[in-house]
Write a protein that binds this ligand. Structure first.
Ligand code: 26Q
Length: 811
């Protein structure tokens, strides 16, 4: 990257500011200064984008398109500057103008177009693809309102809309010239022309899909890929399709509103699926617009449609974009006039699918009636795929009708999206070793038996550029000083840090850096909640979506137990702790919302009780998101990853914490297993049931929560504290949590793992007493975190799923 000199930067920045606001930058507000900086950088990227596209078009490199309903990018300014190699020049240049870069960064709204792990993974993947010189682009929806803003009022979650576009968005560019039309409803007329069936989609409702492009800049490699997000608009009235509405003003308004609703808001559920028509509309909307524009671009650059699968890969992030499969079929059949066999060969070779969940409640299935009505031509194609697939099953499973109907794509009046995704793609991957094994041996075992070669594992990763270099500059400096800078391009070189973890001075330095990050977080906690926490206490963070399977309740019960013990025995020797919680509950998920109320209620009792509040504090930080995570993670000592074994597909915050030198307390679930494999027993705190035990209970029963309480008086008492008024005058306030444990027999085995959780927490305290020992463990965790860089993950996808041409230039 030709880096710009400080002088040139200042000159360009000042002139950009003048151009935008007609005055000198010294008189501007920080918001204006941010806007000016953003547009200056955006202009510089334009050149990189053009060069990248030129190269892609001339080298005919395979293009990868990552289809995802969610992209949880967070803020872009800082990371873009880092990748452009301009962070220092920009910071220093602004300093000369008496401007603090950090103050400007804070003006940027988080781009929060995702629920959690799956959306953030998509964002990390974009960063890695660009940084690895892979021609990989994102395709998604430009929601007008992102994931809701969470406020805590009277200890409860309240949802506000996330109007992230209010002040505009300097990073995106509207491309009206690249708009596509997406067709909903109507009928299909079949015509027989010389023995060939021709399908005409008629009387449909057209929706204009307008793309907004955001460049994704690679790390110092002159690459800018594209994230294309689609916005739904009414087609112009001149269009023939809507001519029947001409003159009918109210109908026209109704049409406009219904169309704009499509890209209005992100569904805030991440583990519970509800068959809403609008959701299906969203899915087809961006898939159809995306596939059409990809084919248009491909043909414009003289691509032969029969080679499409060699030049293009379409990846679907969970089943949400599965309609890519029938949509590509539709275009190849109806518009390109290919035979079914040709179209099917191209489609299955092009598409690959990642599964992110084994929770059956989250599996998408659409009522046939709804599907057929909304997408009549697509439904016909899905029916044909289903028929051909079932025929191939008949050959193998003669007379086994139950098996065939359980594997069918259409059955019991539903279209099953996971089945369609498996049948219509050439690769199905899980996101951590255990998860992939469970897919193969349990959830999708029939499909695995039928298509053994399609299944593979790609353990998730995170971009170390955002999650280490950008968010933890103190630690990054120490790493550069000790092991040099090679880990920036080759994150597994972090292993070289292992030998430093034994050194006293390095251990002290790690402690100092962590303390500094904790002081920063303590300030944020004070500003946001008024609670004063001690940076020397152990910072114990449980931050993620609030969900029963993630077991925030287990952590709560443990704090409630600790509180009882401290009251009974004021001299009890414990390590002072700050319990930090953050996370959003789906608005319709009562139990999760009740958990938030419980955490806040425990906080209110504990933090205001002078008998204990020098030793423990409980904090709930509202509105968890990417930017807040960037403050919490570098400041954490202990990372809580305590899901019921088998339930967390991978987890990715576990990797972020590890890379920032937090020690993990974990069940052997998801990627925790691989973290454990990396660092060994000595450097992680493992507890709880293993997957065999959990699966055994799930399959064979035999677990009784009531029995658990009978056997353990302390547990019984702690659970009883949920409904005895100790944490809320209203004794019924936490009844739903109590009932989920005692009446509904504790589906997630919270009580079963309670004792072993307490034991391991005692071990945490013991270990933390020896500060050197603790820092040594942190050092080892950092050293072994390199394989969890999403660069490793993306190289695996590129090599074994996408078959992309890899040009490791500059690497
Ligand atoms: C589906 C249908 C209707 C409405 C919403 C949804 C929906 C939306 C989002 C279903 C699921 C999601 C998100 C799932 C998710 O984030 N899963 C997480 O993915 C991470 C990345 O692979 C893993 O690390 C986590 O373990 C997994 O929970």
């Amino acid at each position: 990257m030709d880096t710009m000199s400080k002088k040139t930067f200042i000159k360009n920045y000042q002139s950009k500011y003048r151009e935008l606001y007609g005055e000198e930058v010294e008189f501007g507000s920080n918001q204006q200064r941010y806007e000016a900086l953003g547009s200056l950088i955006r202009e510089m990227i334009l050149k990189i984008s053009m060069d990248t596209n030129k190269r892609y078009n001339s080298t005919k490199e395979k293009q990868i398109y990552y289809f995802s309903m969610e992209f949880l990018l967070g803020r872009l300014l800082g990371d873009t500057l880092l990748n452009m190699g301009m962070l220092d020049v920009c910071r220093e240049g602004l300093k000369e103008l008496n401007i603090n870069l950090k103050d400007l960064e804070e003006w940027e709204q988080d781009q929060g177009l995702g629920n959690g792990g799956l959306g953030r993974l998509a964002a990390c993947f974009l960063d890695s693809m660009a940084s690895l010189n892979i021609a990989g682009h994102g395709c998604g929806i430009r929601y007008k309102y992102g994931f809701f803003e969470q406020k805590i009022i009277n200890r409860k979650q309240v949802e506000l809309s996330d109007n992230w576009l209010r002040e505009g968005n300097v990073w995106e560019k509207r491309r009206q010239d690249k708009a596509e039309i997406v067709k909903f409803g109507g009928d299909v007329k079949v015509e027989n022309v010389d023995g060939k069936l021709i399908f005409h989609h008629i009387n449909y409702e057209p929706v204009l899909a307008v793309p907004y492009d955001t460049p994704i800049v690679g790390y110092r490699n002159k690459v800018a890929n594209n994230l294309r997000l689609w916005s739904a608009e009414a087609v112009n009235n001149e269009f023939d399709y809507s001519s029947f509405r001409r003159g009918d003003f109210l109908k026209a308004i109704e049409y406009k509103n219904s169309v704009e609703l499509i890209s209005q808001v992100l569904y805030p559920e991440d583990s519970f699926y509800e068959g809403k028509m609008l959701r299906l509309k969203q899915e087809y909307f961006f898939v159809s617009a995306g596939v059409q524009s990809i084919i248009r671009h491909y043909k414009k650059h003289k691509g032969d449609i029969l080679d499409f699968d060699e030049k293009v890969a379409l990846h679907i992030n969970d089943t949400h974009p599965t309609l890519v499969i029938p949509e590509l079929m539709r275009i190849l059949l109806d518009e390109e006039n290919l035979s079914w066999e040709e179209a099917w060969r191209i489609t299955t070779n092009t598409v690959s699918y990642t599964n992110h969940t084994i929770m059956s409640e989250a599996l998408e299935k659409w009522p046939v009636d709804m599907f057929k009505k909304l997408l009549p031509r697509i439904y016909m194609i899905v029916e044909e795929i289903n028929e051909r697939f079932c025929k191939s099953l008949w050959g193998k499973y003669i007379g086994q009708w139950d098996k065939i109907s359980s594997m069918a794509i259409i059955a019991d009046e539903y279209v099953k999206m996971a089945h369609l995704a498996i049948v219509g793609s050439h690769s199905v991957n899980g996101v951590a070793k255990l998860h992939t094994e469970i897919l193969k041996k349990e959830e999708m075992k029939d499909f695995y038996y039928f298509y053994p070669n399609k299944f593979n594992n790609k353990t998730n990763g995170i971009t170390h550029r955002r999650w280490l270099i950008k968010s933890n500059p103190g630690l990054t400096n120490l790493l550069c000083d000790t092991i040099g800078e090679s880990f920036i391009k080759h994150p597994t070189d972090l292993l070289n840090f292992e030998k430093f973890a034994n050194k006293t001075d390095i251990q002290e330095e790690l402690g100092r850096i962590k303390l500094e990050n904790k002081m920063n977080l303590a300030k944020i906690i004070k500003n946001k909640t008024g609670i004063i926490v001690d940076p020397n206490s152990l910072f114990d963070a449980h931050v993620k979506r609030i969900h029963a399977y993630k077991r925030q309740t287990l952590n709560c019960l443990r704090i409630m137990d600790l509180y009882n013990q401290l009251i009974e025995n004021p001299n009890k020797d414990i390590i002072p702790r700050t319990f930090i919680f953050a996370g959003k509950a789906a608005p319709g998920y009562y139990l999760a919302k009740n958990t938030i109320e419980l955490i806040n209620s425990i906080g209110e009792v504990v933090n205001n009780d002078p008998r204990v509040n020098e030793k423990i504090k409980v904090v709930f930080l509202e509105n968890y998101g990417v930017s807040l995570a960037e403050d919490i993670i570098p400041a954490t000592d202990l990372s809580e990853q305590i899901s019921t074994t088998t339930k967390e597909a991978s987890g990715t915050s576990n990797m972020k914490f590890m890379m920032n030198g937090a020690i993990t307390i974990a069940t052997l679930d998801g990627a925790n297993i691989e973290i454990h494999d990396e660092v060994g027993d000595e450097n992680i705190f493992i507890f709880g049931m293993n997957s065999r035990e959990v699966l055994n209970y799930i399959e064979n029963g035999g677990y009784s929560a009531v029995e658990m309480c009978k056997e353990d008086k302390k547990l019984e008492r702690t659970v009883g504290d949920l409904i005895n008024g100790k944490y809320c005058q209203d004794k019924n306030a936490f009844k739903s949590i109590y009932d989920s444990l005692m009446i509904y027999n504790d589906e997630f085995f919270v009580l079963k793992d309670f004792e072993s959780y307490l034991d391991i927490q005692r071990k945490v305290d013991e270990t933390f007493k020896d500060a050197r020992m603790w820092q040594k463990m942190c050092g080892i965790n950092i050293a072994h975190s390199g394989i969890f860089s999403s660069d490793r993950t993306i190289k695996e996808y590129a090599a074994s799923i996408w078959g992309s041409t890899l040009l490791y230039k500059n690497l």
